[in-house]
Each structure stands twice: as structure tokens, then as C-alpha cells.
Design a protein around this ligand. Structure first.
Ligand code: ATP
Ligand code: MG
Length: 453
């Protein structure tokens, strides 16, 4: 049921009070009346209203005085002032004091109803927008970031602090540590939460395509540009642009991005018109930007522009206090999705989960928990419901003789090559197993010069 809007009418003329109140009630409003300022204030102590109709000329406390009090104490209520021709100046003054509008006496009842109708409608729209915003915040805000370790609490605290500002945020951390989740939380906890939120994975496009994705293009800018297209910078105007995998952005693009970050303006490809945008930027990477800078693969000036606020997500092994609570969270999530009872984890199984190093971080933990819910029996997760690598533990599966080159890159290159073999050369499958984008896989194959057969 739609709640009835509530109106308070304040006037010293009893007849007018009665007539107005009758008409408003007939039009579906809930009405209270007061004959002077002090009694209006008394009523407002116990009850709240959407709109107040105030007569200007009243004994004891005139309408303007009352209006000032109302605007100070009851900010949620709109006020319409009723005035005779002689007091029109006062009416104008009351507008300056925050009245929504004034209506001339003798009253034109249609005008009164129309004004009230407008306010009620505006308030309904504002309420709806507010409701949507709080729903978005609930679904994607920082409250969904699970963890009780000091590191995660610090992350959440930083998000709370930085979200309301427009400052650029750089999120770093290994794959699967929750970077995108943090980016979402920053956007949805900001005042831009109901505005566009655009995401682009910089690793997923070859250089020229990335440029046209970000900047857009004019008709005829290149072969195939048969109509104008807006880029992500423009689409995200008023909202937030999330540049994921920024460490994989080609160098020339980095220079172009820097200009947009610094000046908030750019041209579409093939265009001369300078387009200004008001976009908040969030960037994330699982790469070591300091190392990329040393290797001249990431621009220092871009890094300094991005590093105003850095949020670092530590790998899950460094915050094992978060593991049990995350386990509980994912078990509940997947059991609910599968309409199963939430299973219990035996002590033995929890021991294995806690001693496994989780190289794929929270994403890997979520996948393992999903699998465990599927395989669980009699409402229990036992060691046999965990994948072999978790059962064995990392220490046991590590080879006794280690390869000579232990740099992360060569380990990564070997691992990709192994997974490719396992997937019989199927890159979609290999990317899925590795938990990375297909395009990211292509890049890595190229970078490490991995032979595919
Ligand atoms: N603290 C957390 N609480 C609850 N869920 C989490 C948390 N951290 C990560 N997740 C979940 O783990 C999964 C992976 O997170 P996300 O996609 O944000 O990681 P990422 O760091 O962006 O990974 P990648 O570098 O591979 O893109 C998502 O399903 C996310 O919801
Ligand atoms: Mg991500």
C-alpha cells in the first residue's frame, strides 16, 4: 500500500483551515491543522509531515519566523507559504529562507493541489533513488568484503575513507585476492554509485583496439569506423572507470591515459573536438609495478599519478585468520545456491585447508568450496571432498629437486606450459584452469615464447 502523504496546515482563520483540510483529505492526504506557530511546533514534536502549508500573517509567531524554525528543525519537510497580495515581498523573502513555493490568497485550490502533488511526486522519486542507492551499496559495498585480519580491516577502512572523494585509487595484489571486489566497493560506496560504472580489462585488447575502446572514434577515423562511437572514458562520464590489469597497458597508451587523468580531457580517434569528462578512475594490477618501471615497461609519471591512494591486497597465505570465515561464507553461499543444507567442515579437512598455501587466493578457495559442497556427504566436508592438491598439501607436492631458475617468471612460464599440455593445447580450457583471461594467456604465451606443442 502506498503511504498517504501527510500535510500540516497552519492558519489562524478557522474556516479556511476547515475547508482546506476537507479538500486535502478528499484528495487522499492525511491532514493535521494548527491555528498558530507554537501549536504547529508542538504537533511537529510528535509527528512528521511531508508538506506544511503556512499562512504568513498569524498572531504570536508570524509565518516567516515559523518557517525559519521549521527549516532548522524539520529539514525533511517542504513548506509552501500562503500569502495575500499585500505581503508578496515577505513571500519572496520566504523563498530565500527555503520555502518550496508561495501561493496567493484567496486560494486557488487547484494550484494548492498541484503544488502539493509536485512535492509528493518529487519526494517519491527521491525516496526511490535513495532506496536504489542503498540496495546497490548493500549488494556491492565494502560490507561484502569478508575477513577479520588486520590487513582486511585496514583495506575496508581505507575504502570507507577514500570512496566519498574523487581521488584515483590503485589496487594491487595477486590474482584472486579481491581487487575487483574492492574496486566495486569503492564505486558503490561513493556518491557516484547510481551513475555509470564501466570496467575495462587492459590486457584483453591489442593496442589499437584498446585505444578505440577507451577514446572512442569519429565516423571515418579508420577503415570500418562507419559511425561515431563513444569510448569508455565518455561512457563513464559522471561515474567511475575501472582500468583492470593496468600493468598490461602498452606504453604509448599509458602516455595517452596520463593526459586524460591529468586534464580530464581527450579527443575521439579521428576527431578534433576536445571532450571533457568528469570520471573517477580506479586501476588494478597483479603485476609488480616497481619492477615494470625498472624494466621501462610502465611509465613512472603514470605511476605517480595513480599512486595517490594504493590499496594492497595481501595474498591469502599472509592472512590465514581470514580463511575460516571465508570458508563459512562460501559454504553458505554455494549451499544456498544448490538448495543444500550448509555442510560442516571436519577438523581434519579444516586442517588441510589451513595449511594449503592458496596460490589462487580467495578465488581458488571459493572454487574449492563450491566443489566441496557438491561432493559433501551427510552434511559434512571431509578431506576426501577436497581436490588432490589441497589434500596433499603444498609441501608434499613440491618436487624434491628444484629447477635451477626459480624466478617467478620462469615458474609461471613452466606452469603455463604444463597447463597447456594438460588442456591438450586448448587455450580456452587452459585459461579457465589458470583462472586468467584468454587474452592474458595469449600475451603470456607470447611474452615467454612458450612452444605450444
Ligand atoms: N575478502 C573477500 N570476501 C569475499 N569474497 C571475496 C573476497 N576477496 C575475494 N573474494 C571473491 O573472490 C573472487 C575473486 O575476487 P576478484 O575477482 O575481486 O579478484 P581479483 O584480485 O580481481 O583477481 P584477478 O587478478 O584474477 O582479476 C570473487 O568471486 C570475489 O567475490
Ligand atoms: Mg580482477
Amino acid at each position: 500500500m502506498v503511504e498517504k502523504a501527510k500535510i500540516l496546515v497552519v492558519d489562524d482563520e478557522v474556516n479556511l483551515l476547515k475547508a482546506l483540510s476537507d479538500i486535502l483529505k478528499k484528495n487522499g492526504y492525511e491532514v493535521a491543522v494548527a491555528r498558530d506557530g507554537p501549536s504547529a511546533l508542538q504537533i511537529l514534536q510528535k509527528d512528521s509531515f511531508d508538506v506544511a502549508l503556512l499562512d504568513i500573517r498569524m498572531p504570536q509567531m508570524n509565518g516567516v519566523e515559523l518557517l525559519e524554525k521549521l527549516k532548522a528543525q524539520h529539514q525533511g519537510m517542504e513548506v509552501i507559504v500562503m500569502t495575500a497580495y499585500g505581503t508578496i515581498e515577505t513571500a519572496k523573502r520566504s523563498m530565500k529562507l527555503g520555502a518550496y513555493d508561495y501561493i496567493l490568497k484567496p486560494l486557488d485550490i487547484d494550484e494548492v493541489l498541484m503544488n502539493i502533488g509536485k512535492i509528493v511526486q518529487l519526494r517519491a522519486v527521491a525516496r526511490e533513488a535513495h532506496f536504489l542507492e542503498s540496495q546497490l551499496q548493500e549488494e556491492h559495498g565494502y560490507k561484502n568484503i569478508i575477513g577479520k585480519s588486520k590487513q582486511i580491516k585496514d583495506v575496508v577502512e581505507t575504502i570507507e575513507k577514500v570512496a566519498p572523494s574523487d581521488s584515483t585509487v590503485l589496487i594491487v595484489g595477486q590474482s584472486g585476492t579481491g581487487k575487483e571486489m574492492v574496486a566495486d566497493a569503492v564505486h558503490y560506496s561513493s556518491r557516484r554509485c547510481a551513475r555509470p560504472y564501466v570496467k575495462i580489462n587492459c590486457a584483453a585488447f591489442p593496442e589499437n583496439l584498446l585505444e578505440s575502446e577507451l577514446f572512442g572514434y569519429e565516423k571515418g577515423a579508420f577503415t570500418g569506423a562507419d559511425k561515431q562511437k563513444k569510448g569508455k572514458f565518455e561512457v563513464a562520464n559522471g561515474g567511475t572507470l575501472f582500468l583492470d590489469e593496468i600493468g598490461d597497458m602498452p606504453l604509448p597508451m599509458q602516455a595517452k591515459l596520463l593526459r586524460v587523468l591529468e586534464q580530464g580531457e581527450f579527443e575521439r580517434l579521428g576527431g578534433n573536438e576536445v571532450i571533457r569528462v568528469d570520471t573517477r578512475f580506479i586501476a588494478a594490477t597483479n603485476q609488480n609495478l616497481s619492477k615494470l618501471m625498472q624494466e621501462k615497461r610502465f611509465r613512472n609519471d603514470l605511476f605517480y599519478r595513480l599512486n595517490t591512494v594504493i590499496i594492497t591486497l595481501p595474498p591469502l597465505v599472509e592472512r590465514s585468520q581470514d580463511i575460516p570465515i571465508l570458508v563459512g561464507h562460501f559454504l553458505e553461499k554455494f549451499a544456498t545456491q544448490m538448495s543444500k543444507k550448509v555442510p560442516k567442515v571436519t577438523q581434519e579437512a579444516m586442517g588441510l585447508i589451513l595449511s594449503y598455501p592458496w596460490p589462487g587466493n580467495v578465488r581458488e578457495l571459493a572454487n574449492v568450496m563450491e566443489r566441496a559442497v557438491i561432493f559433501s556427504e551427510a552434511g559434512e566436508i571431509r578431506p576426501c571432498h577436497l581436490p588432490p592438491n589441497v589434500q596433499k598439501g603444498y609441501a608434499e607436492s613440491a618436487p624434491e629437486t628444484l629447477p635451477s631458475d626459480l624466478s617467478l617468471e620462469s615458474v609461471e612460464s613452466r606452469h603455463i606450459s604444463d597447463v597447456l599440455k594438460l588442456a591438450k593445447g586448448n587455450k580456452n580450457e587452459a585459461a579457465r584452469l589458470l583462472g586468467i583471461h584468454r587474452e592474458t594467456l595469449y600475451k603470456k604465451i607470447k611474452r615467454y615464447n612458450i612452444q605450444e606443442n
